[in-house]
Design a protein. Structure first.
Length: 141
């Protein structure tokens, strides 16, 4: 219907003419109380935000000469984080002369990922950044 006629109907009802879908051809309008409409929209947005899950990144630090029992403890911690739905960043820190043996230590991160392969997948492969090597794991879909 023509815009003037829609405005007249809204005025007669004592309500407002609100564009619901302004990008549609032709634009879709509704005769409603604007204050109530805005309140409903705010409530819908708030509900949507409530249902959103924020993904946290948990970090686990390892060293190149870590023992198997210590590694298993760290794996259990990572398993717990992943089961909660968080991403896990595994950092292998090199100190002093350990920097000379970076290539030999890559297997630690590979073993870590292999042990968690039943529930996690590698999101970002091991990469050397400065004095550390990092890898990201996320929950399997």
């Amino acid at each position: 219907m023509p815009v003037k006629e829609a405005f007249r109907l809204a005025e007669d009802a004592g309500l407002d003419l609100v564009k619901i879908a302004p990008t549609a051809k032709p634009p879709v309008c509704k005769i409603v109380d604007y204050g109530k409409y805005r309140y409903e929209q705010a409530r819908k947005e708030k509900e949507a935000r409530k249902k959103q899950k924020t993904i946290e990144i948990k970090e686990i630090r390892l060293s190149p000469n870590i023992d198997t029992n210590d590694l298993n403890t760290k794996m259990n911690a990572a398993r717990k984080f992943i089961s909660k739905g968080d991403k896990v960043k595994i950092t292998l820190r090199f100190r002093g002369r350990e920097m000379a043996h970076i290539a030999n230590s890559k297997h630690i991160l590979d073993d870590f990922a292999e042990a968690l392969s039943d529930m996690a997948v590698i999101e970002k492969a091991p990469k050397v950044e400065g004095r550390s090597m990092t890898m990201f794991l996320t929950e399997k879909r």
